[in-house]
Every structure is written in C-alpha cells, then in structure tokens.
Design a protein around this ligand. Structure first.
Ligand code: C2O
Ligand code: CU
Length: 487
C-alpha cells in the first residue's frame, strides 16, 4: 500500500503527520490497544494466470443525489447511486486509487472480499486513515467470484452515499440466465433528516453499560419492540437510489431468466424483499453458491447479499422491500409488457408468503469448507441495549475489546450468542465462515436473532488483524466490534 499523492506529503506525509491532522477531522474509531496498524506480509500482487489488472479511481466528495424528487446533499463517489461501481473477474488484480476530497478522513473496505490485511481498509487496524487531500492505493487480488459492495470503514460514513456494488464475475460462469439486475437496498436520512454523525454522537453520549447480559429493564426499555431491526428513524428507504414515489424500472421480456444480485447496503435496516407474482430461486449468498432453493421472499440483513434467479412473467411487477419493524419500505418495478405500473402502495402478497432466512440455506458442494476437527473455540457474546444506548462483545466495547488471538492453519469456531433483544448481523473480515448448524453454509455476514446462538467456523489462512462486528453500524460504532488477530 503506497501513498501516492504529493498533496498528501504536503499535508503531512508520514504516519505521524497524518495522525495529527486526522485528529481534528477523523470520526473513525480510535485504534485499539495495539495503538495502530500492524503489518503482516503482503502476498505477491500479480493477477492469476490468464487474468488482468483492473484499474479504478474513487473520489469520495460532497455530492447531491437525486433520490427521485428528493434532493439529498451528502457524500458520495459521484452523482449517481452506483457511482464507483466496480466490476472484474475472479483472479484479477484490482488497483484502486482513492483520492479523498472530503473534509473528513475516510477509507474503503471491500465488504466480503477476502483481500490481504493491508488492503482491508480499516483505519487504525490495517492502515492509517486517508486524510483530506490524500490518495491511497488499494491493491489486491480478488480470489472469489460473487456479489459484494464497498464502503468506508470510518465512523458511519456508510450511512451517507458512500457505497457501491462490487461485482466479481466467475471465469467459469455457468450463466444459466439471460440478464442480470443489481439491486441495492438502503435506508436514508443524510441531507434530508438527521445527520448520521449527530445521531451517532448522541448515541455514544448515552454510554450504555454492556457488562451484563439481559437486564430485567431491557424489555420495557425497548424503543422499537417487534422485529427490532433497528431503532433509528429513516425518512426514506431506497432501491437503487430511489424513493418509492419515483421507482426504478427493469425492462425485460416475458420468459427471460434474470439474475438478481441483491445487496443490503442499509446502515441499520433489515429488509424483506419479494418480486410480486414470482418465486425466487436463491443461488448464492454472500458471494458463494448455495444449494438452489425456491422462496417467495428473502430477509436481508445489513451487509448480506443474495443472488436469485427469476423467470419473468408477462406484465408489470413490483419489487418490494419492507423495512422490518420500521414501517414503510422500498420499491422498484420489473416491466415486460406495456400497461400501467401499480401505485407506490401496491400490495405484494409474496412478502407474507414463505420468507427465507439465510441460515436455512445449505451450501453448494463447490463452496463447502473441508471437514475437520475444531482446533480452537471462542465465545462471542453480544451484549447491550437500546436504552441507554450501548453495545459490546463479551462485555466490552471496542477500544477496550479483547481481540480473539488465533494462529495460522487452524480451524477456529466462534460461538456467537445474542444476549440482547435486537438482531445483530455479525460480519467477519478477510474470511468466510462455514456454519455447522446450516450444513456448512458459507457466509461472511450472519443474522443472529435475539437470544440465539450461532456457531461459525473458519480456517485461519489469511494472516492479519480482522474486524468482527455487527453490521448495524450504530451498534458497531457504540461498541459492538472486536478483532480476530493472528499472533
Ligand atoms: Cu461492511 Cu467491517 O464491514
Ligand atoms: Cu448489532
């Protein structure tokens, strides 16, 4: 990883200067006990045989997004909802220069992609923050095909317009579909409602205790009982950057097989998604293939991805995403015939049909982790509550956390127990879990329901210090993060 801009040098070049400057603008969490990024050996940065180098540039900057008649001053990688979209093939070398045109420090994390440590984009853990005016070069070989996205790992910047799809094609694509549609779900407040940095500052100030398990007052203290997807109010929910009143439309032909690549890029909303009049055949989750399974609807937690194939009917059909436990939702249309589109409040009965939870899936043979005995087991207890707001892991908040120390070449089991009344989509960097309770299903983001325990195994084959956190970023930023550290 190299710092390539002259301006960065002027702004204070080396790590020391960068840190000092970052002090006044960076809202990222401060580095953990280790005090700053540790280095691990970087693998050779050459494309796999027959593959190529994909060069890209990202300029995070203040932008105004048109959400469909709603204008949102925010931060983004460009003026479109998918500005910055990155695409290549497994085995390609990605070389992405990120030039920070914001007034805050930033970073880019390639969510779900098993990159090497120094390219993972976590300030304080894998790199120094990218200060305003600086350019940082990310270089990594993407090992697996699949549906991913990227976003900053700096405070709650994801809750602005700073995210985009990252599609990695399979060089041996079976291609049992005619066309594809990338579908990005989002919850939106920035520039039209409360500012994400103000929300997180208020929540941090509550400084809720995380030392215990469930407290007796917890149920009564819930601000948002029910499905408890999140506790923050969002004025809008979006599909591909649009509010339901101004929906996107995918144009196709009856009988076509479409691959949907669905990404939940929301910061704190779980969605339930369905395509009216259709069954979905789920083919992948979090990038990796599953045993195909039909369903009416799918739950998507923050950070999860599902690919589904659908055979289009004849007409105009709503693609509806309900914001779980929040009221409202997001909308788009699929059109294969002329005729009027239904209105924004169209009923989609499939949403109340059979709804798939990711952990009910089974892995495809090709994505199975080899069997083996577990060498080390770690308890990962999720603690905290909404009122007073505070979240932690094993009774500790990030900053005081105790890293899970691992060694290379082991099979490590994380036993994640949700001691709270809210769902937590847990996400691990640099690895993909196999879930023994789901026949070895591979996931990098897994929804742990209230009072549920999920075991998740991985092989320690990628040395580094890797974040393990809740992908409700307000939970993460108020404490629900730790790391898995190779020692
Ligand atoms: Cu998408 Cu550590 O996150
Ligand atoms: Cu959480």
């Amino acid at each position: 990883m190299t710092t390539i801009s002259r301006r960065h040098v002027l702004l204070g070049g080396g790590a020391l200067g960068a840190t000092a400057l970052a002090g006044c603008v960076d809202r990222a969490p401060s580095p953990g006990p280790s005090g700053g990024p540790t280095s691990y050996p970087t693998p050779s940065l050459t494309p796999r045989a027959g593959r190529t180098t994909v060069e890209a540039a990202l300029r995070p900057r203040p932008v105004t997004l048109d959400l469909g008649g709603v204008s949102a001053p925010t931060w983004g990688y460009g003026d479109e909802w998918d500005s910055g979209l990155l695409r290549g093939t497994a085995g390609d070398l990605f070389r992405v220069d990120v030039s920070n045109e914001l007034e805050a420090s930033t970073s880019v994390h390639w969510h779900g992609v098993r990159v090497h440590h120094a390219a993972d984009g976590v300030p304080g853990v894998t790199q120094e923050p990218i200060v305003p005016g600086a350019t940082f070069r990310y270089e990594f070989v993407a090992p697996d095909p699949g549906t991913y996205f990227f976003h900053p790992h700096s405070g709650v910047q994801l809750d602005r317009g700073l995210h985009a799809p990252f599609i990695i094609d399979d060089p041996d694509e079976p291609g049992a579909y005619d066309d594809e549609w990338v579908v990005v779900l989002d919850d939106w407040t920035d520039g039209v409602g409360r500012d994400p940095d103000d929300i997180v500052a208020d929540l941090k100030a509550e400084d809720g205790d995380v030392s215990g398990g469930m407290g007796p007052g917890m149920m009564g203290g819930m601000r948002n009982p029910g499905m408890v997807s999140g506790s923050i109010e969002y004025p809008h929910f979006l599909i591909n950057g649009r509010v339901p009143a101004a929906p996107r439309t995918f144009e196709g032909r009856p009988g076509q097989r479409i691959r949907l690549r669905i990404i939940n890029a929301a910061t704190e909303t779980v969605f339930r998604i369905a395509l009216g009049g259709h069954r979905l055949t789920v083919t992948y989750t979090d990038g990796l293939p599953v045993r195909e399974r039909g369903t009416d609807a799918i739950y998507l937690a923050m950070g999860e991805r599902y690919d589904a194939v659908v055979t289009l009917g004849d007409g105009v059909f709503p693609l509806a995403a309900r914001a779980e436990g929040k009221g409202g939702g997001a909308l788009a249309f699929v059109r294969t015939a002329s005729g009027e589109a239904p209105t924004a409040n169209v009923r989609v009965p499939e949403l109340d049909g059979d709804v798939l939870l990711g952990t009910r899936l089974a892995p495809a043979e090709s994505s199975r982790l080899p069997d083996g005995d577990v060498d080390d087991t770690f308890d990962v207890r999720l603690n905290g509550q909404v009122d007073p707001y505070g979240w932690g892991i094993n009774g500790l908040k990030y900053g005081n956390h105790e890293p899970l120390d691992v060694t290379e070449g082991r099979r490590v089991r994380m036993r994640m127990t949700n001691m709270t009344m809210m769902v937590h989509p847990m996400h691990v960097h640099g690895h993909s879990w196999a879930l023994p309770g789901s026949g070895g299903l591979r996931k990098d983001t897994v929804l742990v329901a209230p009072m549920e325990t999920i075991e998740a195994d991985l092989i320690t084959d990628n040395p580094g210090e890797w974040m393990l956190h809740c992908h409700n970023l307000y939970h993460a930023e108020t404490g629900m993060m730790t790391t898995m550290r190779y020692v």
